[in-house]
Structure formats: C-alpha cells, structure tokens
Design a protein around this ligand. Structure first.
Ligand code: SAH
Length: 186
C-alpha cells in the first residue's frame, strides 16, 4: 500500500461517504473527472451538480458525462460555485473543490478566496449529518498562498462540536504539495 496523493485521497473519502441516490457537488468541474466520478457514485437516482465559470470546462465536462452515459444524474452549470443555492436546494452529502487553475487551460483564471468561502459556507447550510466538504488546495500560483491562508484560517475556526476538520499533506515535498481539507458535519 502506498500513501495516496491529496487528489487520490479525495476520491477515497468520496467513495466511502457518497451513496447511490445522494445529491453531491463538484464545485470546480474543470475537465470533468470529479463530476464523472461522483455521477458514477450517486447512480441514476442521485444527482451531481458540476460548476465552472469557464465555458470550455463546462463543454469538456458535459462531453465526458455524455460519453459515459451518466447524463441523467448530472447537471453541468456554467456559473460560479458561489451561486450554488440558485441551483441546488436539496440536502447535500458531499462537495469537492479543486482550487487553483485548470492545468490544461488559462492559468490566469483561478479560484478566489472570497467566492470559495462564500460557496463553502452556502454548502455547509445544506450539508447532511456526516456529509463532507473536501477542498484540494493548490497554492503555487499568484494569489494561491493568500487563498490557502484564508481557507485554513476558516477551517481551523470551525467549532469542533459541529465539524470534524482534517488536513492531509505530504510535508517533505519541494514546491507546493497540495493540501486536502475535509470538513465533516457531526
Ligand atoms: N489546480 C487543480 C485544478 C483546478 S481546476 C489541478 O491542478 O488539478 C479549477 C477550476 O475552477 C477551473 O476550471 C476554473 O475555471 C474553475 N473556477 C474558478 N473559479 C470558479 C468559481 N467561482 N466557480 C466555479 N468554478 C470556478
């Protein structure tokens, strides 16, 4: 057994928590890998909402969804995740954020601390008991360090009676190894 990357560990956690029929969110759809992964976990009776502000990302994600026959349980939305409550009103079991820029795309389009936190706080209002919000925090780009600080500060401030908050990271790697944060409602 090998210790998993933050990205792989996010999938391990989602697989444990998400059940068929659940409603879940991919807050940063990108190329659509997480949207597809979640669509397969929730099945035809569940639903995944994928968000991205880039039309290109929405297109790529929708294609991946169509090619894998999971269209029924998937809605891909070309809007910011800070507007999540406009689209999702039911209780949520899990949400995933991959912060930073889309590696294959425009590196100047990045997630921002204010909108990221706005979205996290909205989702928290709708999160079911034992539901999780996972953030994979990439912070090597301009502005990334600031976003990391804001999010860590927010996550650390959550009442331990209400949320269990996990931080997972390789701490001996050069450059900026991504950090996984998992917020689980108790
Ligand atoms: N850094 C990660 C990938 C992050 S992709 C990695 O290396 O794997 C982040 C995605 O979030 C991008 O596609 C970007 O367009 C999207 N994004 C940025 N701000 C957003 C917002 N407010 N709402 C929804 N998506 C957003």
């Amino acid at each position: 057994m090998k210790l998993q990357s933050a990205l792989n560990f996010s999938h391990t956690l989602l697989k444990e928590i998400v059940q068929p029929g659940d409603t879940v969110i991919d807050a940063t759809a990108g190329k659509g890998n997480d949207t597809l992964f979640l669509a397969q976990l929730v099945g035809k009776k569940g639903h995944v909402y994928g968000f991205d502000i880039q039309a290109k990302a929405v297109e790529l994600t929708q294609q991946l969804i169509d090619n894998n026959n999971v269209r029924k349980q998937t809605t891909v939305i070309n809007d910011g995740h800070e507007n999540v409550t406009k689209y999702v009103t039911e209780p949520i079991t899990a949400a995933i954020f991959n912060l930073g820029y889309l590696p294959a795309g425009d590196h100047s389009i990045v997630t921002k601390p204010t909108t990221t936190l706005e979205s996290v706080q909205s989702i928290m209002q709708q999160l079911k008991k034992n539901g999780v919000i996972i953030l994979v925090v990439y912070y090597g780009h301009p502005g990334g360090e600031k976003e990391k600080e804001r999010i860590l500060q927010f996550a650390q401030s959550l009442d331990q009676h209400v949320y269990n908050v996990l931080q997972y990271q390789f701490i001996n790697q050069i450059h900026e190894p991504p950090i996984l944060l998992a917020l689980q409602k108790r």
